[in-house]
Design a protein around this ligand. Structure first.
Ligand SMILES: C[C@@H](N)C(=O)N[C@H](C)C(=O)O
Ligand SMILES: [Zn+2]
Length: 248
């Protein structure tokens, strides 16, 4: 469930310099619809805009340096088929998610895995547009007068990839990593996307979903039963004033 607000603000910062690693994309995507995901580096991450900082938002790369950033809503490769964010959008999360994400990423790292971020803070106007396309609160939170969940920067959409894979990828390569099989792609709004779905979800995918949930839970971040990729940080369900922060 989510919230309400203002349209995304105009750009206020220069594009974020980050390491862009060539990627092999899923066969169904094309260069025209898919921006290259970026892999966070240990290099200094530029500060988010003043408005984002005032809202308590941080660039996730300053929290999880090895995160793979694949913001689908900054491309047309998403369920709306429209680019909803500027191409240089960043993954911004509220500071209340920082410790939990760092902890989850640490646990995954020890297993040779990295977090891939599909979505983070989401401006209210984008939530409104999404709900116009899929008006089903099970899949897209209904916008209200308040900021919650993604609109408050307190929820993330994530998947897993294996770092430094040896050999070929059975699943698409992303920034030199093999994405793990999770049973469905992002925003697959079918029953197979339910976090605990069994029918039509392979044994490996079920295992991978459980690994992701467990790591996030270690960081106090709860999975949403309705979508295996959606996770809520502390206080995500609380109604808060709408944020007026740009996504870059
Ligand atoms: C749209 C999907 N990625 C998502 O985040 N859904 C939840 C329910 C939301 O909109 O908050
Ligand atoms: Zn989500």
């Amino acid at each position: 469930a989510c919230s309400s607000g203002h349209p995304p603000s105009p750009p206020s910062t220069a594009p974020v310099p980050s390491t862009t690693v060539p990627t092999t994309t899923a066969p169904t995507t094309t260069a025209a619809t898919r921006a290259a995901p970026t892999r966070a580096t240990a290099a200094r991450v530029p500060r988010p805009s003043a408005r984002a900082r005032a809202a308590g938002l941080r660039d996730v790369r300053s929290i999880v340096p090895d995160a793979v950033i694949d913001l689908r809503y900054a491309t047309r490769h998403n369920f709306t088929h429209v680019r909803l964010y500027p191409p240089d959008a960043r993954c911004l999360v509220h500071r209340s998610l920082a410790a939990g994400l760092a902890r989850a990423a640490h646990r995954l790292r020890r297993a040779g895995l990295v977090l891939v971020f599909w979505d983070c803070y989401r401006p209210h106007a984008v939530q409104v547009r999404m709900f116009e396309v899929v008006a089903d609160p099970e899949w897209v939170a209904r916008p209200t007068r308040y900021a919650r969940s993604h609109e408050a920067g307190r929820s993330v959409d994530v998947t897993l990839a294996r770092a430094r894979p040896g050999g070929r990828c059975a699943t698409p390569l992303i920034s030199g990593h093999c994405r793990l099989d999770m049973g469905t792609g992002f925003d697959d709004f079918t029953p197979r996307a339910h976090a605990y779905a069994h029918r039509g979800v392979g044994a490996a995918a079920e295992r991978h979903r459980a690994i992701l949930r467990k790591a996030m839970r270690t960081g106090g971040i709860s999975g949403y039963r309705g979508e295996w990729w959606h996770f809520d940080g502390p206080g995500a369900a609380v109604n808060r004033p709408l944020l007026d922060a740009p996504v870059r």
